[in-house]
Design a binder for this molecule. Structure first.
Ligand code: IPE
Ligand code: IPE
Ligand code: MG
Length: 247
């Protein structure tokens, strides 16, 4: 990919797709028009990630706090998820993409649950890009569910509290077996996590893009990857792993 050092391609990119409503407002359109335009960019982002050789892409589609929006907007967003899975699943499967859905399954509409399961089951053996859709996802909710599951293990005598490790916590999260995000991108100019991947982003690089999500095209994605390539990750040490100190 032009301008990007293949050694500096992140293994996992997570994107907070923000700004659909403001994109629409700036054009005198209803917020829903922004969400519809945003779905087209999801396809493009998947394509760009595959071309760039990124192994894992996580997209924040609907947060556990987004239920606080007007009912009509929530309905529209649910409709878009259904539309995306029905329209794009076959193509994603053909592209060898493995779909995962992270977030709480309990509180989502009952007709959406089977669609999510179908997307995961149909693509489970695929070996290409892992596309994790964060839907009804909140990091505090994810951590709470993980802690409950661990507490049940302790109560049943399967888990010894004294031996719980960070890896044990990792494997109780929705993202189990996925690497931590190397790069978290947020569009729309906001500079906050909004309850996204709190545990997993401990050492992520953050790139905040000024454009609204419906304007986040291939060039903008490349710009974020190039910015990531210029970062020097240290993980608390004095040099990036694999590099001699002082390099
Ligand atoms: C992101 O765009 C989509 C979701 C959060 C579901 P927004 O709807 O948050 O758009 P803004 O931030 O209000 O412009
Ligand atoms: C975060 O965006 C959630 C998604 C992109 C799905 P929000 O628009 O919900 O975040 P806040 O409310 O501005 O923090
Ligand atoms: Mg927003």
């Amino acid at each position: 990919m032009p301008g990007i050092d293949p050694d500096k391609v992140p293994h996992h990119v997570a994107i907070i797709m923000d700004g659909n409503g403001r994109w629409a407002k700036a054009r005198g359109l209803p917020r829903t028009a922004g969400h519809h335009a945003g779905v087209e960019r999801v396809r493009e982002a998947v394509r760009t990630a595959r071309e760039a050789g990124i192994a894992n892409l996580t997209l924040f589609a609907f947060s556990s706090e987004n239920w606080n929006r007007p009912k009509e907007e929530v309905q529209d967003l649910m409709g878009l998820l259904r539309f995306f899975i029905r329209r794009d699943l076959a193509e994603l499967h053909k592209q060898n993409v493995r779909v995962r859905v992270i977030g709480c399954r309990e509180t989502i509409q009952s007709d959406i649950r089977p669609l999510l399961i179908e997307a995961e089951e149909r693509t489970v053996a695929n070996t290409g890009l892992v596309l994790a859709i964060a839907f009804n996802y909140g990091a505090r909710d994810e951590l709470t569910r993980a802690m409950r599951a661990i507490a049940v293990g302790v109560a049943e005598g399967r888990i010894d509290p004294a031996t719980i490790t960070e890896a044990d916590i990792d494997c109780h999260l929705d993202t189990a077996a996925m690497p931590d995000p190397d790069l978290v991108i947020r569009t729309s100019g906001e500079q906050r996590l909004s309850n996204f991947l709190l545990w997993q982003s401990a050492y992520s690089e953050f790139v905040f893009m000024p454009c609204y999500w419906p304007d986040f095209d291939r060039a903008a994605f490349h710009e974020a990857l190039a910015e990531y390539g210029r970062r020097n990750r240290r993980f608390g040490a004095l040099a990036a792993p694999g590099l001699a100190v002082g390099q």
